[in-house]
Each structure stands twice: as C-alpha cells, then as structure tokens.
Design a protein around this ligand. Structure first.
Ligand code: MG
Length: 383
C-alpha cells in the first residue's frame, strides 16, 4: 500500500489523482490532502476520504454531524509534505505554492510526483539538489515529461546516459488560438482562450497553453528533470495531443509515447511506478480510427511568450522566478478583463527588462523574485 499526500486536491490534477486512488483501493491510500480557496470542495473530499491530515488555506466548515475528530489540521503545506507516514507527495498546486513543500519532502527523502511545473522552472537547481542531498525522488506528472520519462526507461540512465540520446522533443498542440489569424489576437476574450482544443485543464494553464508560455516552461522543466542543456530540447507542433513527446537516439531511432490525452494516465504511471496497473476504465487508443497524426514546425512568431520563457531559461538566476510571477499576474489581469490578450507578453517582457538578477539564488531569493515580478505587473496597471 502506497500512502499518498495530495497537495492541491481541489484542482484539476488533484481531483484526478483522487479518482486514480479510488480505482486502486488496495494499492493507494490517501492519507493527506490540501486545498486553497475552494474550501467547500475540500471539506467534501475530507468527509468522503477521512484522511489522517489536511491543510486548508481558507476557513473550512464541515457538515453538521460529521465527526472530524482524529483528522489533524496541519499548519502548512510543508508539514503535510513531510508527514512520517506519507510515501508519495503529489504536488498538484499551481504557481509558487508547491516550492517549499517540494523541497521539504525531497530533503526528507520522499518521492515527489510533480505536476506543478512552476516549481521546477523557478528553482529547478534547488529542487534537484534537495533530491540528491535528502535521497528523495522526483517523478514527472506533466504529460510530456511523463512521456519522456517512460521513453527513457530501459535506456541506461547512468552518468553516461546522455551519450545515447541526441535530443528530446516535446509536442505542443498550439493552444486555443493556433488557427486564428495573428491580427485577430488583439480582440480575443478570456472565454476563447479557455477553449483548449485537446486537453481539459485548470484555468491558468489553459491560458498559458494559448500563449504557449506553458510550452516554454515545459522546455525548462525538461532541462532540469533530465539534466540536459536547453539546446538539446526542441518543440514540435502536434495538433492531436496523442504523441506526448519523443526521444531521439544517437543511432537514429526515435522513441515516442502515444496515448489518449487524459491526465489520469500519467498520474497513474507516477503512482504505480515501477509497475503498470491494469485499468479497464482507461480509454484504449484506437489508431485505426484516428487514421492520421499531424506534425509541423512551430511558428514561434505567433507566440512571444514562448520566446520569453526560453530567454529567461538562458539567463538563469532569478529571471525564471520573475517571469513566473509576472505571467501569473498578467494572466489573472487578462482573465479579469483588465488587459488584452496581447498585453500579456508585453508586461512580461517589461518585467524581464527591469529585473535585476541574483545568480545562484537561494529559495528566499527565488520567492522574492517571483513576488517582485507579480507586483511589477500589478503596479503597471495602476500607473
Ligand atoms: Mg504539459
């Protein structure tokens, strides 16, 4: 029995993690969950699952008659992530919320299944260092990285493994505006940005998919997870989101992973690893019905956010954290109707230009840079 803590259990990946756990009651036990502002859903989840512990950012009310005695309310996410009886922490929070608990869990030698890519983008070096010093393990849930991990399995991943791989290729659907004429992008609404062509996801990541910020962040995420230089990681346009990523070998072979675009699958792989568990509820990929799959070159001129993400990756230091804060704030302003869609990359670019870098940052430096980037964008609206 694997004992699981789910950070962000009310979000999209968190809810799907609880569904996966429900399908395997003899193998997975949810011992702790945490939620942010959706305390109504969190209280329902607690009443159904009766975990040993929970953390809630917002005040929380239980149904009259629910006896929550024996369920412990933790004081922080870090406390949940380092509970003695937790084996795997699923980090399904968004933004910077997952950073401290991820590092705490890895320092405590635990396995962290990470869906919160901002954590790796902001502080990949610190996260991977915590895994080495604490003896913890990082397993990727992000579908592309989960696919890369699966493709790399069976290859000799020792200090020489890079010698066998010439390139990682991440697929991109192109997001909600892939077929829009560029001159129409100035008028697009939040509702249009939230219509992702292939994936059902949370609100912030769906807008990040439209701008392709998400894909830029995924390149940085892959560089940290697989310890590869940025120039060994490419992105290819693939409209159907059936091929989740590709690993190009030096001998000319290409290993790819195909599956239906359904996050239950990468979540389940991370939780069942190193095994694979039979699951009749998973849709089978019927290639004969799909017929054909399309691939193409990414037109990066359509996606300034993608270029901005890659630019901060090269700069390093606290630049990626400043970008994360700026993007989070800019997407929020767009969703609230305060700025246009095209203003998102403009504001982020201003932040990058104004940022004063700290090389080799501490966790404190990273969090401070994220907050600085966020405030910079929010202030630009006032003035
Ligand atoms: Mg992804």
């Amino acid at each position: 029995m694997k004992r699981i803590a789910v950070l962000g259990s009310t979000g999209s990946v968190g809810r799907q993690t609880l569904e996966v756990a429900k399908s395997f009651p003899d193998r997975l036990k949810i011992v702790a969950i945490t939620g942010g502002r959706n305390s109504a859903l969190l209280s329902q989840q607690i009443e159904q699952l009766t975990p040993r512990a929970y953390y809630s950012l917002a005040p929380i009310d239980f149904s009259p008659g629910f006896a929550n005695t024996g369920i412990y309310r933790a004081a922080s996410l870090e406390e949940i992530a380092t509970l003695d009886d937790v084996d795997i922490i699923v980090v399904a929070t968004s933004g910077k919320a997952g950073l401290l608990p991820t590092i705490g869990a890895l320092q405590a030698g635990k396995t962290v299944a990470i869906a919160n890519k901002e954590v790796l983008v902001m502080a990949g070096g610190l996260v991977m260092e915590a895994a080495v010093t604490g003896g913890g393990t990082v397993l990727p849930i992000d579908s592309e990285h989960n696919a890369l991990w699966q493709c790399l399995r069976g290859e000799s991943i020792d200090s020489e493994w890079k010698g066998q791989v010439s390139r990682l290729v991440i697929t991109a659907s192109g997001g909600a505006f892939r077929d829009y004429q560029i001159d129409k992008l100035s008028e697009v609404t939040p509702e249009e940005a939230l219509r992702h062509p292939t994936w059902q996801m949370g609100v912030k990541i769906t807008v990040d998919s439209a701008t392709l910020m998400n894909k830029g962040l995924e390149v940085i995420e892959a560089a940290w997870l697989f310890n590869l230089p940025l120039d060994k990681i490419d992105v290819i346009l693939h409209r159907e989101s059936i091929v989740h990523s590709l690993v190009e070998m030096k001998d000319g072979s290409l290993k790819v992973l195909l599956s239906c675009p359904d996050m239950h699958l990468p979540i389940k792989y991370a939780l069942s690893y190193p095994e694979r568990w039979e699951d009749e509820s998973m849709p089978v990929l019927e290639l004969d019905r799909i017929g054909s799959l399309a691939f193409g070159e990414l037109d990066s001129s359509r996606y300034p956010c993608f270029r901005l993400a890659l630019s901060v990756a090269k700069k390093g230091g606290t630049y990626p954290a400043a970008l994360i804060g700026a993007d989070d704030a800019a997407v929020q302003l767009f969703l609230e109707g305060h700025i246009t869609y095209l203003k998102i990359p403009q504001l982020i670019e201003e932040v990058i230009q104004a940022h004063i870098n700290t090389a080799n940052p501490t966790i404190h430096d990273v969090l401070e840079a994220e907050e600085w980037g966020r405030k910079y964008v929010q202030r630009s609206l006032d003035g």
